[in-house]
Design a protein around this ligand. Structure first.
Ligand SMILES: [Zn+2]
Length: 405
């Protein structure tokens, strides 16, 4: 049975220490290296598509979250406030939107700036009961890939279509296989804010953006402030969860009194689109560890190249080659201790995508014999060519270890 908690331990990706607290895993160097590569990719994808990145603190004044509505609608999922004095209470934030609304409000805005896309990979917190916590899939400290687009009402449809494209690109690069698209709508009950006409219009916009996509409608699954598109994944145990989301919000611009100056000089209310391309780093990696069984694509593998000298005679040559690989931007390790067979088995256990074996003949010729994860051995080639091959596969974020023939 594939389980990211077991693989996480075996591959030294993360640790859950009871002393740190349940649902508060620690990313170990190998897990952090993989996550860092994924974060850099996502940031670049967002930068290229017109997003501007910000940093905001993971806690804020209670009043901020009263204004946003989180205290009214979401308090059960929040940690209790921290009181510094009678009129000074802070909470760990349950979402990034309130801070991003303040980014929009930081100065006057013009229609020329819209759509304004504010992105952040930020911390947020959820007071999950300890019974439901496990590994990285359900945690209390969440690192969310998040962004909020502030746009004119007539820009919403196009923006949603564009975000769907970004989600598809991110899924393809990471190896995410969505289990389905879901249009989450209002259900019965009164937990929803905003008027009927707004909801109807928002639902219609999302349906339009999903034209040609296979999706199901899920009444009652909407956020309290608007309908959303959720993209679902299924983990190895068959549990379904949301990995990517696009949510329309007519409510927060109202609550934060957000406005921009339109072409004719009038003040207009923007629409806020919440979206996450790949969800939280925690849930994403819980999924990626399982779907790849720990064998990540080379571009985010913790160690991309393991160099193995056949015996002590090649240690200097291997050290020099490792330095060149590091200079080329690769994550590389040298394993020189023990029998070659045991070292090859250990690298296979760690799912290292490329092994570079260096015997006396390769060292003399300046060659390297590459072995791919899975066992395939390539003919020895000039070391520079071997590093170039790996660098190309990494730079193109290829799923395969070799270019297509
Ligand atoms: Zn949000």
């Amino acid at each position: 049975m594939i389980d990211h908690r077991r693989l996480g331990r075996e591959l030294d990706l993360f640790v859950s220490d009871p002393l740190a607290g349940a649902g508060l895993p620690i990313w170990l160097p190998a897990g952090a290296a993989a996550r860092h590569a994924v974060e850099e990719y996502v940031r670049e994808l967002e930068r290229r598509s017109g997003h501007q990145h910000v940093y905001s603190p993971p806690l804020g004044k209670r009043e901020l979250f009263e204004l946003s509505g989180h205290f009214g609608y979401f308090a059960d999922d929040m940690f209790p406030p921290m009181r510094l004095s009678a009129d000074d209470e802070f909470v760990l934030r349950p979402a990034l939107c309130p801070h991003h609304a303040l980014v929009f409000r930081a100065r006057g805005r013009s229609y020329r700036e819209l759509p304004l896309r504010i992105a952040e990979l930020g911390g947020m917190y959820r007071s999950e009961r300890s019974g439901v916590l496990g590994g990285l899939s359900r945690v209390r400290a969440i690192s969310l890939n998040d962004a909020h687009t502030f746009c004119a009402p007539d820009q919403v449809g196009e923006e949603v279509v564009e975000i769907l494209g970004l989600i598809r690109a991110a899924h393809a690069a990471l190896g995410v296989r969505p289990a389905g698209f879901r249009l989450s709508l209002r259900g019965p009950g009164e937990k929803y804010v905003g008027d009927d006409a707004q909801w109807a219009r928002a639902e219609e916009l999302l349906r339009g953006a999903l034209a040609g996509v296979d999706y199901v409608e899920a009444p009652g699954e909407a956020a309290f402030y608007g309908p959303k598109i959720d993209i679902q994944i299924v983990d190895a145990a068959g549990r379904e969860s949301t990995i990517s989301t696009i949510q329309l919000d007519f409510d927060k611009p109202e609550r934060f009194d957000l406005s921009y100056t339109d072409r004719d000089g009038s003040r207009r209310r923007p629409v806020m689109v919440h979206r996450s391309l790949v969800g939280s780093m925690e849930r994403l990696f819980a999924y990626l560890i399982e779907v790849h069984e720990g064998a990540f694509p080379a571009w985010y593998a913790p160690v991309q190249l393991m160099l193995l000298p056949v015996d002590d005679g090649q240690v200097d040559a291997v050290t020099e080659l490792a330095r060149r690989a590091v200079d080329a931007g690769l994550r590389v390790e040298v394993d020189a201790a023990g029998s070659l067979g045991a070292r090859i088995r250990d690298a296979a256990r760690r799912r290292v995508p490329y092994l570079g074996v260096l015997g006396s003949r390769e060292a003399a010729d300046g060659h390297l014999a590459l072995r791919l994860r899975g066992g395939r051995a390539l003919d020895p080639m000039p070391a520079a060519a071997a590093l170039a091959l790996i660098s190309r596969q990494v730079a193109s974020r290829a799923a395969d270890l070799l270019p297509p023939d």
